[in-house]
Design a protein around this ligand. Structure first.
Ligand code: ADP
Ligand code: MG
Length: 244
């Protein structure tokens, strides 16, 4: 197969159980280069677990997950291929944003000169030398996203990246991700909030209780559901509602 036809991200028949809890049940989707796919679903739907399996952070019971045609563990240059944010709360509280990015750059083997522009693009130039413990959740999300971009990846995997962002932050995220996709990058992002996904994603995959319950292009879904994407989403997930 021509490598250019290989999806940037491909997940097929992914399955994972924790004891009697089926966290992810036969989930399949692909993300092409230049596209943003939103994984949308209520809490406990299996979004984080799917991403962790894609990134080799959780074992896969059944199915396959690949990035540019390979399992994450077999990528020749993982940091230069995939940028990920799974837990913006996991940043070292005592470090400054600049220190955090410099360490990430050193670990990725990229020039430290990349750090300042990334901080500026993330709107962190003014606060880059303050300890991360003093940052709001939105600022931590910005640091985490800047860190994900350190290796100049072609794929971004972002778990609830809009969480904690104010309207300016949400706009920054949208602009950044649309620019990343316009440059040929592929983005997989998750959210439990429809509006966050609808404004940035080309396509959505709706998951509930581990299963894909709907999917499509945001434009088409909006047209087919009388402009009311939210009603569609709530209908889909209500049938599968069970607080977990
Ligand atoms: N490490 C784990 N051990 C046990 N259960 C887990 C673990 N991680 C996730 N789960 C369960 O798997 C289900 C899916 O969780 P998760 O992928 O975090 O959902 P989401 O990210 O969509 O909120 C939930 O029922 C959750 O409690
Ligand atoms: Mg989650």
């Amino acid at each position: 197969m021509n490598t250019h036809d290989t999806p940037a991200i491909a997940v097929h028949g992914l399955h994972k159980a924790y004891g009697h809890t089926v966290a992810v049940d036969e989930v399949s989707f692909t993300v092409a280069r230049g596209r943003v796919l939103g994984l949308l679903g209520p809490n406990g739907a299996g979004k984080t677990t799917s991403m962790r399996m894609l990134l080799g952070l959780a074992s896969i019971d059944r199915g396959q997950a690949s990035i540019h045609g390979r399992p994450y563990a077999q990528l020749a240059d993982p940091v230069g291929t995939v940028g990920a944010v799974l837990d913006a709360g996991g940043l070292h509280p005592g470090r400054t944003a600049r220190q955090h990015l410099r360490i990430a750059a050193a670990m990725a083997g990229v020039d430290a000169a990349r750090v300042d522009p990334l901080l500026d693009d993330a709107g962190l130039g003014q606060s880059a030398d303050r300890a991360i413990r003093t940052y709001s959740l939105g600022m931590r999300q910005r640091v985490a996203l800047a860190t994900a971009l350190v290796g100049d990846p072609s794929v971004l995997v972002l778990d609830e990246p809009a969480n904690g962002l104010d309207p300016a932050g949400t706009r920054w995220l949208r602009t950044m991700l649309r620019g990343f996709a316009a440059g040929g990058g592929a983005v997989l992002l998750s959210s439990h909030i429809l509006a966050e996904v609808a404004q940035v994603a080309d396509e959505v995959v709706v998951v509930a209780r581990g299963r894909v319950v709907g999917s499509g292009r945001v434009d088409d879904l909006t047209v087919h559901h009388g402009g009311d994407l939210e009603a569609y989403y709530l209908d889909l997930t209500a049938e599968n509602a069970e607080v977990r």
